[in-house]
Design a protein around this ligand. Sequence first.
Ligand code: BGC
Length: 766
Amino acid sequence: MKKYLIPLAIVSVVACNAPKPAPAIPTDPAVEAKVESVLAGMTLEEKAGQLVQLNISTLEDATHEAIDPLKLDLIIGQYKVGSILNVMHDAAHTREQTAAMVRQIQEKSMEAIGIPCIYGLDMIHGASYLVEGTLYPQEINIGATFKRDFARMMGHAMAYETRAAQVPWVFSPVMDLGRDPRWPRIWESFGEDPFLQAEMAREETLALQGADPNHIDLEHVAVSLKHFMGYGVPHTGKDRTPAYIAENDLREKYFAPFLECFRAGALTAMVNSASINGVPTHANAILLSGWVKEQLNWDGLLVTDWADIDNLYVRDHVAADKKEAVALGINAGIDMIMDPYDPECCTAIIELVKEGKISQARLDDAVRRVLRLKVRLGLFENPTWEHEYPMFASAAYAHESYDMALESEVLLKNDGILPLAEHKKIFVTGPNANSLRALNGGWSYTWQGSADAFVPQYNTIVEALKARFPHVTYEAGVVYNETPMAWQYEDASGIAKAVSAARGADVIIACVGENSYCETPGNMDDLNLSANQKQLVKELAKTGKPIVLVLNEGRPRLIGDIEPLAAAVVDVMLPSNFGGDALAALLSGDENFSGKLPFTYSKHINALHTYDYKVSEHRETMEGSYNYDAVMDVQWPFGFGLSYTEYAYSNIRVSQAEFKAGDVIKVSVDVTNVGKRAGLESVLLFSSDLVASLIPDVKRLRGFEKIALQPGETHTVTFELPASALAFVGADGRWRLEAGDFRLSCGGQGALVKCTETKVWDTPNI
Ligand code: BGC
């Protein structure tokens, strides 16, 4: 055994001086009694099996469409594996097929072990692994709506439709802050800001799980917050590679959304596949056992990500072999290992317990957490269930999805060409113009996304435009290679044909961006929009026809050199199956734009910023002989988005000019629609700490509300801002609200407030 196995394992008991806080999830004596009675009767083999989750492929027969009874005997009967994940043949199935498969597993599990199996699926933007399930815009789009109701609605429908297929656990919501646009998963989260992410994810969590985490009913599911934590900012921008994050940033920004959701009752979390500051997260006892289980007194379950115990030795070289890796992970606080192909993982656990390398206490604690989850989900009484799901795949859910697409697409530039007049001859081009796959992104029917193959009935952008406008022509110009992992490859041989077709039009709608991808296959080396697509736009511009640039992409690909060629720019991101229809309604002016960017749209490859940069990152030229300047120059800032009307902000006021940590400051502002069209406006409240003991962020989002305004109408928005929300985490890892001045700002209006007393506290006590 390697020497370092011991010290890492020892820190799994992290000293915490603060008194034990109230349990993050309220303890229910009946739940605990059931857990204890099951645990008392379990053998070591049964316990080990409960800690292992395998991929469904370990049960599939040769057709990859059905379960092989012999494999079921082996995996469930002999190894006593407690959990299965994923879809057969790596593709969505119908609700009935999925339900039948789960029933078969459950029958075996109850007969062989007397403990139900727990099935988990990657439902990411709706029931993304059910053929008829409702898909919603991806989280990044929901972030752009700045509307909490939408996160709630998506969560509710996702839970309902997933349960309808006999599945009680989803690996959602995604919690990774999209703070590095190079990373291929930023579209899976609600954006770059911790507060926006926390608010949306909390609503989604509550909607997914329902009101009582101890008794999840037949229309709700358990969540798995993922990926705990700091996964979204790899140093290289490449998925599953190391991140380096200062501890104060880790607590203040990356942990905050998780904290919000743990406190809202989240029952499980999935661990960051990579590492932070050199420690693989799956071996990080301080974070897993310390920050979450002990400091929050959280009795939920931590599941690994895909094969990440193996990664401790295969990739990260912090363990010599599988057994060391299993011990390292479980001793750090892992409760369930998503192996995903090797049932021998169970044998490794058994041996480690017998050898004393995993203590009986740690084993039982992990098993309790698995059993507790199953009891809370009601799986012991109802391993499978009879329940009516009349809303499954309903028109009402489809309508919600459309509304979300409508409110998420962001108008970034408009020289007056939009809305498009009815009679215009519209030429549509670009690789994203005729693709449902691109509108949906990854986690859509398949891992890498392949919506066209499953739901051809929905409208692509060009189909939606043809349905709305009388004169629409189309020529792709550039096309994607549609092979799943080859999303970056394009064929640009059609550019000349497209340019010649554009000459006869009044306006060009160029739909560019990315094809769908997911996780590591989405890695790339250049954030610029592809050279082919830029070339297409540049050639089109030479026709002299006005260009409406439509960006359909999972991350903000750089377009600094072609943006000046466009008369208008719309970023639709990944709006899903109704995204084309929503875009047609917005471009025609039937509807008004109201989306705002939930991330910073960078302009230069060497200047990738977030909006909450440190004040000293932007410097004017210094007087004298040295030019020490540093300029923040982004394409569009966080929170930016235009509409067909205009809003004027006035009369910002605060309930108190001075405050202390326990106060709640009321901040009001009047917002008037001074244009000619009705609209929806997301009102964003920011704060700036003017002097602090660590260099302060230039500003931070502290509140948001979306309001509807008729032309001429004024609405007063009042935010209730807990003063404690203005605190930051100091170099010692403690929260600090420091005496001094703060500026609160909203829509260009600002008010100064003063904190009169410094207060310092630890996370669990806020
Ligand atoms: C991803 C997770 C996902 C898991 C199971 C991993 O590769 O990182 O987000 O939940 O696979 O499919």
